[in-house]
Unconditional design. Structure first.
Length: 198
């Protein structure tokens, strides 16, 4: 079954707090706008934006228990920092309990917290829209928004880089998947530059 925006909206209304729901709508609006600009499917972008945080407010211990039960713990850091699990949980939940079979949208939901090497354009878009939606207010957020609007891949690289800088500054652990995502996007950028100069 393909996701329909109105179905995800109803689900989000039921399971999210008012504050989280507002963030979700902001991500969905921004994702849809970016998708139209970059020639991606705006409905898929909106659905992924609406669904990305469906599991965010499940109590932490329950998130860990579900991730264990559903075999979603891929790194030791997943349990050490369970805040990274909610994307994978939401995607699994939609696939197995709501019979959603839109692999691209599910991947975008699953990887929006950490990224992953080889991200599709929709995955990059949701990862970056989550960080840069209109109510986000941190230094350089406007620069990131412009970068994303100009070039989705370069903008996503900038978003991942900004996340790494923030984590280092706070002395927070860096999940290996985020580091691998950064290296992959950097490599893609360099290959692209190399081909242009060839």
């Amino acid at each position: 079954m393909k996701l329909r925006a109105e179905d995800v909206l109803n689900l989000a209304t039921r399971v999210l707090s008012e504050e989280r729901f507002k963030h979700t709508l902001d991500v969905a609006d921004w994702a849809e706008k970016l998708a139209r600009h970059h020639g991606l499917d705006p409905v898929s972008a909106r659905c992924a934006g609406l669904a990305h945080d469906l599991a965010k407010e499940i109590p932490t211990q329950d998130q860990i228990s579900l991730a264990r039960r559903w075999d979603l713990l891929n790194y030791p850091e997943d349990e050490q920092n369970p805040a990274v699990l909610h994307g994978r949980l939401a995607a699994y939940w939609l696939e197995h309990y709501y019979k959603v079979d839109d692999a691209e949208v599910l991947a975008a939901i699953a990887s929006h917290t950490l990224g992953r090497p080889g991200m599709s354009p929709l995955e990059m878009l949701i990862y970056s829209a989550d960080l840069t939606e209109p109510s986000r207010d941190f230094p350089e957020v406007d620069i990131l928004r412009h970068s994303l609007y100009d070039d989705l891949e370069k903008g996503t690289l900038d978003c991942v880089e900004r996340t790494l800088i923030y984590l280092k500054k706070k002395n927070n652990p860096i999940h290996p998947l985020t580091q691998l995502t950064y290296e992959d996007l950097q490599r893609r950028k360099n290959v692209g530059t190399g081909s242009k100069n060839a």
